[in-house]
Design a protein around this ligand. Structure first.
Ligand code: UT7
Length: 330
């Protein structure tokens, strides 16, 4: 293990809406079945926010838990970076709403639109800010209210997505070997139209036409995205391990993006990782985009599968296309 960490996660918190939506709930109004959803995706249920549950509120709950664990108060924070594609409003950034809710008045705050890798991108920003001496206590988040941008009449996407938030405090590494050992980020904008929201942006602002065409919701060419995800996640895993100087045998737990159990299995197989060392919770939460990896880490910590000093490989892929991977010592 050759890399020396610059930054480390010192506290993690998660939050999900209480409302559970099962596959049977979709069977009532969509041409789908529990069997299809479980076999093709691994999803059994997901958490869906109510109309009055905001993304900022989910972020607030996750953040206060992360801050308590790190022993960091709101005035200590100097930066808030929120990876999300489902901000409460187009303006301002939800990170600013969160900053106000927390009373973190010394913190700069902004959102990052990197889709599923949003939290990994936020970690990279935090690490970079710390390396540059620009920040010392960064609140990073991956959080989504995907139910607000999902077409509940489209069986190809409706059954996949869920809501949730994960927050992590990132601080300078202390020299005990724990922290971020490598980060790999990538993107391929040529494939943007395989997973996107066609309308409602500045190219085609909200109008009656946009709403009637339902083009303000996510559209996805599932099979093409699937293939690209398998390839990109395999490559990103290899690169992060090589950059960290870590072999797959030294990894205690792989925590992949939870988009599809079959993608997770293919990624693990490529890396040579037995499924017993791969975190899977897609059955409970569906695909929560940027929240997916922090939610999975949170559960793994609770279950005792991640301990102080555990080596983790995180890997993710999403709209853009974007991808990212991290090796870290917890
Ligand atoms: O978050 C990051 C990015 N997202 C992903 O990584 C997701 C990647 N894609 C996938 O996970 C999978 O492609 C899906 C789960 C979206 C779809 O699974 P698939 O095995 O690739 O199915 P498909 O799209 O090739 O569709 C197979 C059939 C089609 O019917 P026909 O044309 O064969 O008659 C679909 O219409 O399954 C049909 N189908 C469904 N059937 C029942 C699609 N969605 C459903 C559904 N219930 N919910």
């Amino acid at each position: 293990m050759s890399a020396t960490p610059i930054a480390a996660i010192t506290g993690l918190g998660t939050a999900v809406p209480e409302r559970v939506v099962t596959n049977a709930d979709y069977e009532k109004y969509l041409d789908t079945s529990d069997q299809w959803i479980v076999e093709r995706t691994g999803i059994r249920e997901r958490r869906i926010a109510g109309p009055h549950e905001s993304l900022a509120a989910l972020c607030y709950t996750a953040s206060t838990k992360a801050m308590a664990e790190a022993g960091v108060g709101p005035l200590d924070l100097d930066t808030i970076v929120l990876g999300t594609v489902s901000a409460d409003r187009r303006l301002p950034a939800t990170a600013c709403d969160l900053q106000a809710l927390l009373g973190a008045r010394n913190a700069a705050a902004f959102d990052i639109a990197a889709a599923c890798p949003g939290w990994i991108y936020s970690l990279a920003v935090a690490e970079g800010f710390i390396a540059a001496g620009r920040a010392r206590k960064v609140l990073t988040l991956g959080a989504e209210k995907l139910s607000s941008i999902t077409d509940m009449k489209d069986r190809g996407t409706a059954v996949l997505f869920g809501d949730g938030a994960g927050a992590a405090i990132v601080e300078p590494a202390t020299g005990d070997g724990r922290g971020i050992l490598s980060i790999v980020l990538g993107a391929d904008g040529n494939l943007a139209d395989l997973l996107y929201i066609p309308g409602g942006g500045s190219a085609d602002p909200v109008s009656l036409k946009v709403v009637e065409e339902r083009s303000h919701f996510i559209r996805m060419a599932g099979r093409e995205v699937f293939k690209a995800a398998v390839l990109a996640m395999a490559r990103a895993s290899d690169e992060a391990l090589a950059k960290a100087g870590v072999t797959i045998d030294e990894v205690d737990l792989m925590v992949p993006h939870q988009a599809n159990l079959r993608i997770i299995e293919a990624t693990a197989k490529h890396a040579g990782m037995p499924m017993s060392k791969v975190m899977v919770n897609i059955d409970r939460f569906g695909n929560t985009s940027a929240a997916s990896i922090p939610l999975a880490i949170g559960q793994a910590v609770e279950e005792g599968r991640i301990k102080r000093g555990s080596v983790l490989l995180l890997v993710t892929f999403g709209a853009g296309f974007t991808w990212g991977s991290v090796v870290l010592r917890w």
